[in-house]
Design a protein. Structure first.
Lengths: 335, 420
């Protein structure tokens, strides 16, 4: 809540009175967080609430981070919009979103979620990480509940996919930490989620149950932020008007720290003997727009590839395969 | 009022396919453009799963081909739908004009997106507003429930004998089209009683003679028909649009009686009877503006909201009566033409000054927000309301039109390069 804008005070009060709840969800592409929010919205409607989901699904050159805002209430007038207004917490797919070194540079949506959290009166901070709640750090002062679970490990125990789509698993964390929706409603919504096959839905119900059981919750926590509100605000201002229209790898700094890079374990390599098409179909499917068609051959911009494997799956000639990222980058360096 | 049973969550695009199923739309004609291509992708899945037994999808080579195909489909009496935005509307511009002149009912769903240049995928109402002179009916929706209600009613209105014009139904791309919200689905049986099948078109009516003669006589410009009756044909076309104004209300009442929905009529008003300030808006900002207005009302500033549902025909009388008791009207716009602001001013002139139907016209202010998907928060709506309060206190309007949320640029767009 911005104290300099006095009208915010009673808009905020109205939100609280009418019970409008808001949770921004920060996820990386291909990890199932958009689906998770849709399942959660369905579960809330099942319990009689009204919902609005605003998904800022970044287009090409997304740097991977998607911010999805879920708002729900008992009343039907809920504001729409991508970015959080008065969040009741935050669900982060990885603790690196809370680290100033990494997340700040990537997109204003992340920093706005964190600063909005710092300005609201506490809430529930939920992070998917192996660390316990005691060791979670936050860039700004935070008071409220902290909850963690290693959703990725829970999912990867059952199925080994890279990157692991543990979004729906993380719903167990949400239910346990906030208690705003029942686990049964979430499970029912997973079982009716048409985007996934039946077996996959049942798998996700089990992993969500396990995440619910293994979540550690710590209440009445006071975290001292590493930065003051003014410092963070100054940094947010720099994010608002970048020097160029597109943030490039030069601004990101050395590769290897940023979330998109932290996730990628494999990179695509195209076997040129099999690369026969007139135009690359895999290029149409790349969520990052990293593939281009140069000199009648498949060409990947490895600075922007996040290793999701969609191109390998979609190539009709089976020419693209995923190989270990370190090897691929080392080969590139040698050329 | 009886409301039927099924409650679920749907995104805007999924709601469009749901409405297609309920309205028994037989053909989806398409050429992909985001964010509307998901409508046809979802429809394909539903057809494959057997939920829409008589439906089929036709893909054409570009949007011009699509609307040409729709002209043919409408002529033989098949209900069709095309979902598109921005350039997909600019491409078939002559076919879109043809449809309204030849009185061929069809529907184009517009998932609004900002028009390039500068390129953006994020929403504003520009591509919806730019179609206002095409002679089509135009409706705008705020969320998934509204989309279902509007599409079903729009088919009934556009296929009515006294109107018989094609229709645009719009909603914001991404924010509504990909955002889930709660929906109560109407029953198929009730929709069937409400919406009759597409009416058969008589052979040999005047506008199709025109078309046939043009083709047969190899586009002879000066047929007798054109010389003699051009102005009269145009008059009937415009009259048809005027006939839609009472029809929208009548169909809305019937729909509300059967299904209990509030998304009916040309406007939805909320608290305007005793309001000092009235905010007029369209689309996805409606819930945001309503929430802020209610918060302000509890602080003893009486604010009402009007959500404009029908943009063509512009509901001049209804709007003027709704804002009659207010001292200031503020239009919250999402297009750079400030279209609703301009048309509201001319409507108020006709109602209050020319025809002297009310006492004193309210002050009108226009505020442009949220272009290219720019985020609008309740703070900014609150600032807009505060400006209205100041205008009432001062007795005059300081800034009648302003753009909210501008950041200022440090480069010259005509000279500097944007270097990657």
């Amino acid at each position: 809540m911005n104290k300099e804008a006095p009208q915010e005070e009673y808009i905020y009060k109205y939100f609280r009175e009418k019970g409008v709840r808001e949770f921004p969800v920060l996820g990386i592409g291909r990890q199932g967080f958009r689906s998770a929010v849709e399942v959660l919205a369905d579960a809330l409607v099942r319990e009689g609430k009204y919902v609005q989901v605003g998904a800022r699904l970044s287009g090409a050159r997304s740097y991977g981070i998607n911010i999805i805002t879920l708002r729900f209430a008992d009343i039907s007038d809920i504001p729409t919009g991508f970015y959080p207004i008065y969040p009741d917490g935050l669900l982060a797919a990885h603790e690196s979103f809370l680290s100033p070194d990494v997340s700040w540079r990537v997109t204003p949506g992340v920093s706005r979620s964190i600063s909005a959290l710092g300005e609201s009166e506490g809430g529930t901070l939920m992070v998917c990480t192996p660390k316990p709640p005691e060791s979670i750090e936050c860039p700004l002062d935070f008071e409220g509940t902290v909850a963690t679970v290693d959703a990725e490990a829970i999912f990867s125990e059952r199925v080994a996919i890279q990157p692991a789509p543990y979004g729906i698993t993380a719903l167990g964390l949400f239910v346990r930490a906030t208690g705003l929706v029942s686990l049964d409603a979430v499970k029912q919504s997973i079982l009716e989620f048409e985007r996934l096959r039946k077996k996959v839905r049942e798998l996700n119900v089990e992993t969500a149950q396990k995440a619910f059981e293994e979540t550690k919750v710590l209440r009445d926590v006071k975290i001292k932020g590493k930065f003051s509100k003014d410092e963070y605000k100054k940094y947010e201002e720099t994010l608002k008007t970048p020097a160029h229209g597109v943030v490039t790898t030069k601004l990101l700094g050395a590769a290897g720290d940023e979330p998109a890079y932290a996730w990628r374990e494999q990179l695509p390599v195209c076997d040129q003997r099999k690369c026969k098409c007139i135009e690359c179909l895999a290029a149409y499917y790349c969520p990052e727009g990293a593939i281009s068609w140069k000199d009648e051959l498949y060409h990947v911009d490895y600075d922007f590839c996040k290793g999701c494997g969609t191109c390998a799956q979609e190539c009709t000639e089976d020419a693209v395969h995923m190989e270990d990222a370190e090897k691929v980058l080392a080969n590139l360096g040698r050329k | 009022m009886v409301v039927s049973a099924k409650v679920t969550t749907l995104t805007g695009n999924e709601a469009t396919t749901e409405a297609m199923k309920l309205a028994r739309v037989q053909t989806g004609v398409f050429f992909p453009i985001g964010p509307s291509d998901e409508v046809m992708e979802t429809m394909r899945i539903r057809i494959d799963q057997g939920e829409m037994p008589n439906a089929r999808i036709i893909q054409m080579e570009n949007e011009k081909g699509v609307v040409s195909c729709q002209l043919g489909l409408s002529r033989v009496g098949i209900r069709s739908l095309f979902a598109t935005c921005t350039e997909g509307l600019l491409w078939p511009a002559s076919e879109i004009r043809y449809a309204s002149g030849a009185r061929l009912p069809m529907m184009i769903v517009i998932t609004s997106r900002g028009i390039e240049p500068p390129t953006t995928v994020y929403p504003d109402h520009e591509d919806f507003i730019m179609m206002r002179d095409m002679g089509w009916l135009m409706f705008y929706c705020e969320d998934s429930q509204d989309i279902i209600d509007t599409i079903i009613q729009a088919y009934k209105i556009s296929e009515d004998r006294s109107v018989f014009l094609p229709v645009f139904v719009g909603y914001d791309g991404w924010e509504v089209s990909h955002g889930k919200s709660r929906v109560i689905l109407p029953d198929q049986d009730k929709v069937d009683t409400f919406l009759p099948p597409f009416p058969a078109r008589d052979e040999g009516d005047y506008v199709s003679i025109d078309w046939y003669e043009r083709c047969k006589l190899r586009r002879l410009q000066w047929t007798e028909f054109d010389r003699e009756y051009h102005m009269e044909m145009k008059f009937t076309q415009v009259e048809a649009l005027e006939n839609a104004i009472p029809l929208i209300e009548e169909v809305g009442r019937e729909y509300q009686g059967l299904f209990g929905s509030n998304h009916v009529g040309s406007l939805e008003t909320d608290g305007c009877e005793d309001a000092d300030i009235v905010l007029v808006t369209m689309g996805v900002f409606a819930p945001l503006v309503r929430v802020t207005a209610k918060a302000y009302r509890e602080r003893c500033i009486k604010v009402g909201t009007i959500k404009l549902r029908a943009f063509r025909p512009f509901p001049e009388r209804a709007l003027s009566e709704a804002v009659g008791n207010a001292k200031a009207v503020i239009v919250v716009e999402r297009n750079c033409r400030a279209a609703v602001y301009a048309e509201l001013k001319s409507a108020l002139y006709t109602h209050f000054i020319a025809e002297k139907r009310g006492k004193v016209p309210p002050m009108v202010m226009g505020r442009v927000v949220g272009l290219g998907g720019r985020w609008v928060s309740p703070t900014e709506i609150g600032q807009i309301i505060d400006e209205g309060v100041e205008a009432i206190k001062a007795g005059k309007v300081e800034k009648s039109m302003e753009w909210i949320g501008l950041k200022g640029i440090s480069f010259d767009p005509l000279r500097d390069y944007v270097i990657d």
